[in-house]
Ligand binder design. Sequence first.
Ligand SMILES: C[S@@+](CC[C@H](N)C(=O)[O-])C[C@H]1O[C@@H](n2cnc3c(N)ncnc32)[C@H](O)[C@@H]1O
Length: 328
Amino acid sequence: MSSALRSQKQRWSSPLKQLLHKPSLLTHFHFSTTTNATPESQPTHSSPPPIQVLLTESTGRGVFATRKIGSGELIHTAQPLLSHPYFNSLHTVCYFCLKKLANAENSRISFCSDSCRKHAMGFCEVENQADWSAFDTHCRTQGLKYPLLVRRLACMVISGIASSNSLDILQPAILSPQMIALMEEEFGLLRSALSDADVTGEKMTFLTKQWYINVLARIRINSFRIELVGGSYEDLLLSASSSVNAEGAVGSAIYMLPSFYNHDCDPNVHIVWIENVNARVKALRDIEAGEELRICYIDASIDYEARQNLLSQGFGFQCHCLRCLSND
Ligand SMILES: C[S@@+](CC[C@H](N)C(=O)[O-])C[C@H]1O[C@@H](n2cnc3c(N)ncnc32)[C@H](O)[C@@H]1O
């Protein structure tokens, strides 16, 4: 084992052990597994999913099958650590779970149920104290989505429902000085919105420029674009496709376990969202025990050059999957 790999292993092994063995850390991202796909409404079995997170030789950590997994099998589900609707979906989806609302609302934010309203109460109380117009205008005009996730995490931390180091276990993006300069501007707007609202003192000590940059560096390569498939789960099973009825992305979210899946341009696993932000990780074909499970980070239908450009700019790597090696 190379020394770089050994030091990476040491850096990650302790939080990973905590993640996999501490029940308290699992409360935010419940996952479950079934041998047959289970409708959302039915209770799921609580046996551990047939996967493990291991360190790979060249792509950091990855997710591996612990047994044979059948094509179409629901491998596990995952709830997000945090999520946020896009600006253009604010009036049409639930502010907490991103479920489509039956009727578009005029209020700034809306919820699909009392349960979602209750779950959001902590961070909403903090958020509602501040005037976000400058922060929102900046994000809207620059087309920025990720700062909304950082703001939500900051409000969750201030309200005491999340820890400031919740995302530390995720791999960070490598940032250029230009990216950092832009982030500093967003950080200033976030921090002043909160301090102008008199959110001060001990609750705010975590909110430093470095914290903001560290969180955003993780969000950049670990956030998922939420595209709701719509329709019923049974329809999805019949069609066996994630693209049917996709109505465009409604927001973005960060998960724990799904963030450990590496990329392949010909993936054996995909993630689907049926009616809200809760993710379902499903096998696209038969998978052998010990095989690495990989998802596709980008639109797999684009050509080789376009895929390499997107992966290099967005995720900082060159793809050497079998499809790319065959220049397909
Ligand atoms: C969402 S993370 C995946 C989990 C990550 N390997 C870890 O240890 O946390 C995405 C990062 O993993 C690495 N990665 C994922 N798929 C890869 C691939 N096919 N080739 C090289 N690096 C990859 C890249 O560094 C990428 O930015």
